[in-house]
Design a protein around this ligand. Structure first.
Ligand SMILES: Nc1ncnc2c1ncn2[C@@H]1O[C@H](COP(=O)(O)OP(=O)(O)OP(=O)(O)O)[C@@H](O)[C@H]1O
Length: 327
């Protein structure tokens, strides 16, 4: 595995407006992205995702720590490092709203010193891939938000940079367009073999596209692991237990004390307990409580979990999943 983006101990503090207080937006964040990897950078509002992305693409300078892209230190050789990165930030600020779709693509291709023939070929390919051919002469400010977003991603693809940063690529899109953009990103990942860092609130994006997830909360990394591992770990711990009768009040109270996130649906013949265990062995503690009244257990199933649930658990600290740094 070849590291292409290395983020080492970066910190960024902002001064709050009209006050003497400071916000530690990013506080000692480190991670590495390998060539060809699709990394999801996640976190709740205000976690520090955008600040991190801006430090990676050189729009903000870290107070301390270091970012290197393709081995080039962004602080020491900004232009050299940024040659390898394209970013699509929230709000499509990288488009010219009074130019048409094609003019935008031509303008940004022109900045890259490509031959006319290469430009024409590349634009043609992207218009087709992004389903924008019948809009090529439309002014950007007349396009829907979804089409603008697709064009912004197409512009980022033009440069053929090694690394693409996408800040909230599906934010504000309706369900259908969000799905279309996700499909498009999936194709890009498959066909163009790029390294992509996606910051997102949209856990479907993460579950569908990302191999690894770095979860940030209050400026610090709380998890860095393969999405597949996280899904597996949490699936192992999430159980649904069906009982042949309901729990006594005493059993319910003991269980709630031990497992505050317990979901209990009483029923005379088929009560259900949904439970997340920090360690699989904790299931024996549960059995001890059931034995108090000889409550019959009808079935034990591992619940399926989706990434949204995992994200919420990690961010709310409802789990003892320790910080895992992928190697
Ligand atoms: N220019 C700024 N001046 C002061 N504080 C800022 C500035 N930019 C961001 N912050 C604060 O820094 C923290 C991290 O913000 P950031 O935008 O990086 O988070 P985020 O994870 O991208 O959030 P969101 O998902 O809401 O966009 C927040 O508390 C935010 O209010």
């Amino acid at each position: 595995m070849e590291p292409i983006v290395e983020v080492k101990h970066i910190k960024k503090t902002y001064k709050k407006r009209r006050s003497n207080e400071y916000v530690h937006a990013v506080n000692d964040v480190s991670f590495t992205v390998n060539r060809g990897e699709i990394l999801g950078l996640l976190g709740p509002n205000g976690a520090g995702k955008t600040t991190t992305i801006k430090m990676i693409c050189g729009l903000l300078i870290a107070d301390s720590g270091m970012v290197t892209v393709n081995g080039v230190n962004i602080r020491q050789k900004r232009l050299g490092a940024l040659r390898h990165i394209s970013a699509v930030l929230e709000g499509n600020r990288n488009l010219y709203w009074r130019l048409t779709v094609r003019e935008n693509l031509e303008y940004f291709a022109g900045n890259r010193g490509l031959s006319r023939k290469d430009v024409a070929e590349r634009i043609d390919d992207l218009l087709g891939k992004f389903n924008l051919r019948d809009k090529e002469n439309e002014l950007v400010n007349r396009l829907s938000r979804g089409m603008q977003q697709k064009l912004a991603i197409a512009v980022a693809m033009l440069a053929e940079s090694d690394v693409i940063l996408l800040d909230e690529p599906t934010l504000g899109l309706d369900v259908e367009t969000g799905y279309e953009v996700r499909e498009l990103l999936r194709e890009i990942v498959k066909d163009y073999n790029r390294t992509i860092i996606i910051s997102s609130h949209d856990m479907d994006v993460v579950q569908d596209l990302c191999e690894r997830a770095v979860i940030i909360n209050e400026g610090e990394i709380v998890t860095d692991d393969k999405v597949e591992n996280l899904l597996k770990i949490f699936e192992v711990r999430a159980y649904t237990i069906t009982l042949g009768e309901s729990l006594s009040d005493q059993q319910h109270q003991i269980l709630l004390q031990k497992f505050p996130q317990l979901e209990y649906t009483p029923d005379m013949f088929q009560s259900k307990l949904k439970i997340d265990l920090a360690k699989s062995e904790e299931i024996y503690d549960l059995f001890d409580v059931l034995k108090l009244e000889s409550t019959p257990v009808e079935s034990i199933d591992r619940s399926t979990v989706n990434f949204e649930q995992i994200f919420m658990k990690i961010v709310k600290g409802e789990t003892q999943h320790a910080l895992v740094q992928s190697s």
